[in-house]
Design a protein around this ligand. Structure first.
Ligand code: HEM
Length: 489
């Protein structure tokens, strides 16, 4: 192996001794968020492991992660070339691909501006403050009906199965100007496969680092390839329908606005043609994929936590009854009125840390951190789970306690505490859907909690052990729901 010489004054990264060929794969194991947190206690917040023959820098601790992603953001904002990411959106993903800085920056700017425009624009009805609120409210109320009818026919429901369709419909509304029926086999089948996608893309998948594992792909890897193909086909059809019906004077949704951007560029002699049309319109792949999986995972966890902590569910329902009443549907502007619900959401983000690592980063040049030398092109894992469970930052980190985010009298949200929770990443690669994500989790939950009471199946224990992946899911389970007094089903 070629070894880069360590410059004077800097030290070699600490870390566990790797085995030949497999490196530290065995120590990393099937729950990297736990094993790498344990290693950080031994080697400190900046250490190196080896997966296969490839070195990987692992960062933990609030200070080190902030130093790398905020103060040295430019050097840590690349993406590594990993085997699995070549298959996501044909290797053209905004979030995962190794696009050059200029290309990624231009795409990210376009994506951010399209999301902002199409979530804040006025919706169809003036009853709602914006299109995002309208989509969420309508899908939330529809989900309630759906859950009642599933309860009537089956006596129980699988939370992820139904929530994911409602959440996907919100992002479909914004990106594609349409929604799908909960019985639409194509959409329902596609969005219910996201667990298999996340298992392969999660930080530390050995096949990303050890080439010979690709010769005999695992069943998860085969499913991953099939999901990507299905996903691309689904989006391609929608995009081609949009091209067929495109009207410059009637921009219906994000897909239209991206097509329009490509058209405008062709007329502008000074425009920068560095980014292909395919990569611009392909941004909807990322928005749709990131927009349904993250939020539905968060909401599905929320429902499971409500069932596991019935006394908190009751307090949340009490807060809604007192502050909003039962006569109108909650709105986005109610957020400041519902500190307990906000605290509950923050505690779900922290305690579940369902995005245990960010998407892997990569160094864009030789650099250093805490006195250690880090060569260019080093793959970097950012351990968000560790920050959210660090005893230096949190009292009783393993205890689920939303009150930790409230003032002593329980009436105000403690924003400083809230900002310590790390789930959206930080710095240049920070999530672009953060405000939509937070708004959506809040409003869906407020609407559901106002009208429904969630409970488990009698005599059955809830298994809250997360299944590792890019987004960690709870095991599929069956729950029950009944109408809140005052609301008929
Ligand atoms: C990236 C979290 C919702 C679009 C990310 C990253 C995280 C994250 C941890 C990686 C940051 C990094 O690599 O350092 C979440 C959570 C969400 C959420 C917890 C919801 C609760 C959304 C939504 C959208 C979205 C709704 C779009 C509609 C993206 C995109 C990236 C990203 C495009 C890639 C950014 C880049 O590489 O420059 N998100 N996300 N996310 N997210 Fe989100």
């Amino acid at each position: 192996l070629m070894r880069t010489k360590i410059p004077d004054g800097l030290q070699k990264l600490p870390g566990p001794k790797p085995l030949p060929i497999i490196g530290n794969v065995l120590e990393v194991g099937s729950n990297p968020h736990l094993s790498l947190t344990a290693m950080s206690k031994c080697y400190g917040p900046v250490f190196q492991i080896q997966i296969g023959t490839r070195p990987v820098l692992v960062l933990s601790g609030n200070d080190v992660i902030r130093q790398a992603l905020l103060k040295q953001g430019e050097e840590f904002s690349g993406r590594p070339d990993l085997y699995s990411t070549r298959f996501i959106s044909d290797g053209k993903s905004l979030a995962f691909s190794t696009d050059q800085v200029g290309v990624w920056r231009a795409r990210r700017k376009l994506a951010l501006s399209a999301l902002r425009t199409f979530s804040t624009v006025q919706g169809e009805s003036s009853e709602y403050s914006c299109a995002l609120e309208e989509h969420i409210s309508k899908e939330g109320l529809y989900l309630i009906q759906r859950l009642h009818s599933v309860m009537k026919s089956d006596g129980s429901f699988d939370p992820f199965r139904h929530i994911v369709v409602s959440v996907a419909n919100v992002i479909c509304g914004i990106c594609f100007g349409r929604r799908y029926s909960h019985d639409d086999d194509e959409l329902v089948g596609l969005v219910n496969l996201s667990d298999e996608f996340g298992k392969i893309v999660g930080s530390g998948n050995p096949a990303d680092f050890i080439p010979f594992l690709r010769i005999f792909p695992s069943s998860s890897m085969k499913k991953f390839l099939a999901i990507n193909a299905r996903f691309s086909k689904f989006i391609q059809k929608i995009v081609s329908d949009h091209y067929d019906t495109f009207d410059k004077d009637n921009i219906r949704d994000i897909t239209d606005s991206l097509i329009d951007h490509c058209e405008d560029r062709k007329l502008d002699e000074n425009s920068n043609e560095q980014v292909s049309d395919e990569k611009i319109v392909g941004i909807v792949n990322d928005l749709f994929g990131a927009g349904f999986d993250t939020i539905s995972t968060a909401l599905s966890w929320a429902v499971v936590y409500l069932v596991a902590y019935p006394e908190i569910q009751e307090r949340l329902q009490g807060e809604l009854k007192e502050k909003i009443g039962m006569d109108r549907t909650p709105r986005l502007s109610d957020r400041t009125q519902l500190p307990l619900l906000e605290a509950f959401i923050l505690e779900i983000f922290r305690h579940s840390s369902f995005l245990p690592f960010t998407i892997p980063h990569c160094t864009s040049k030789d650099t250093s951190l805490n006195g250690y030398f880090i060569p260019r092109d080093t793959c970097v894992f950012i351990n968000q789970w560790q920050v959210n469970h660090d005893p230096e930052l949190w009292k009783d980190p393993s205890c689920f306690n939303p009150d930790r985010f409230l003032s002593a009298d329980g009436t105000d949200l403690n924003k400083t505490e809230g900002e310590k929770v790390l789930v959206f990443g930080l710095g240049k690669r920070r999530c672009i859907g953060e405000s939509i994500g937070r708004a959506e989790v809040f409003l869906f939950l407020a609407i559901l909690l106002q009208r429904l009471k969630f409970s488990g199946m009698p005599g059955e224990m809830l298994d809250m052990t997360p299944e590792y992946g890019l987004t960690m899911k709870h095991k599929r389970c069956l729950l029950r729901v009944s109408p809140q007094p005052g609301y008929a089903s």
